[in-house]
Write a protein that binds this ligand. Sequence first.
Ligand code: ATP
Ligand code: MG
Ligand code: FE
Length: 335
Amino acid sequence: IIVLAVESSCDETSVAVIKNGIEILSNVVSSQIESHKRFGGVVPEVASRHHVENVTMVFEEALLKANIDWKDIDAITVTEGPGLIGSLLIGINAAKALAFAHDIPLVGVHHIAGHIYANQLVEPLQFPLLALVVSGGHTELVYMEDHYQFKVIGETLDDAVGEAYDKVARTLKLPYPGGPHIDRLAALGEDTYKLPRVWLDKDSYDFSFSGLKSAVINTVHNAKQRGEEIIPENLAASFQASVVEVLVEKTMRAAKEFHVKQIIVAGGVSANKGLRHALENAVKAQGQFKLTIPPLSLCTDNAAMIGAAGTQAYLRGHRSNMEMNGQSGMELKSI
Ligand code: ATP
Ligand code: MG
Ligand code: FE
C-alpha cells in the first residue's frame, strides 16, 4: 500500500509518500519558522499565505523523490485537524483536488494520531502501549489497546508543555520556537532554582504547567526588581527538571498500572534531550517496557507521520469525502 500524505496544520508545509505505513519513500518539509521569528510566534494569516506559496513545490518534490506514478497511489491522507483553520484548508483543498482528479480515496487524519504513528516509522507498535504526547498544543497520556484505539487517560488542565517551553523561552528573550533553546541551555546549567512540581491528585494522570511557567516568570521579574542577575542556564535547567520529573513519573506510573508492553513518545517536545535521557533511564531501571522515541526529524510536524497513521486509518476502512473541511478543534477518535 502506498499513500500520499499532506500536513499543513501549523507552520510546516509537508508532503510525504509512505509504503505499507512503515517505509518513507519521501518526506519533504518546508518550514516557515524564519518568517514567524520576528513576531515571536506563529501568525495565522502569514502561515496560510506561506502554505499557498509552498504547497505545489512541496508536492512536486515529494513525488519526484519517491519516484512513483499516480496509478501506484492507493490513498491520499491529509491532516483534517486540529490546527489553524486557514493552514489546514490549504493542505485539505490540495488533497481533495488531487484525490478527485486522479480518482483516489481520501482519508482525513488527526494530527495527534500522526505524532503517535511517527513511532511506527521507527519500529512496529506493540500493544497495549502508552503514548506520552508532548507537543506545542497537547500534553496527554494516551492508552492504546490496538491500532487506532485511543483512550486519553490524562491531559493538561492548562498549558501544553511546548507552549510552556515557548513562553519561558520568551521570558529569557530566546528566539521562537524556544523549546530547543531551553533544551540547549539546560544542558549547560544546574537545577538551582526552587521551582514547583505540580502533581495534582495522587492518582491523577492529568498535568498542569501554567503554575510552573508563572514561577519562572516571577523568578525573572523578582530578580530584575532586586537588581540581581539570573543565570539563564540554571533557570532553564531548573524548569526542564520540573517538567521532565513530572512527565516521567506519571508516564512510568501509568505504564505499570495499565501493564503496557511499549512506551512511545510523540510530538515536538519528544525532541527534548533531557526528557529522552530521563525516560531512557527510567525504563532501563524498570526493565520491563520497550521504549520508542522517534528521531528528531519525525518529532516535529511532518507528513510522513500523517501517512503512517493514514495507512492504518485506510486499512480500517476510514474514508473521507469531498465535503471534508478542516476541524480546528478536532477530537482524537478511535476507528
Ligand atoms: P500540536 O502538535 O499540538 O498541534 P504543534 O504541531 O505546533 O502542536 P509540534 O510541531 O508537535 O507542535 O511541536 C512544536 C513544539 O515543540 C514547540 O513548542 C517547540 O518549542 C517544542 N520543541 C521542539 N524541540 C524541542 C526541544 N528540544 N525541547 C523542548 N521543546 C521542543
Ligand atoms: Mg511547528
Ligand atoms: Fe504537531
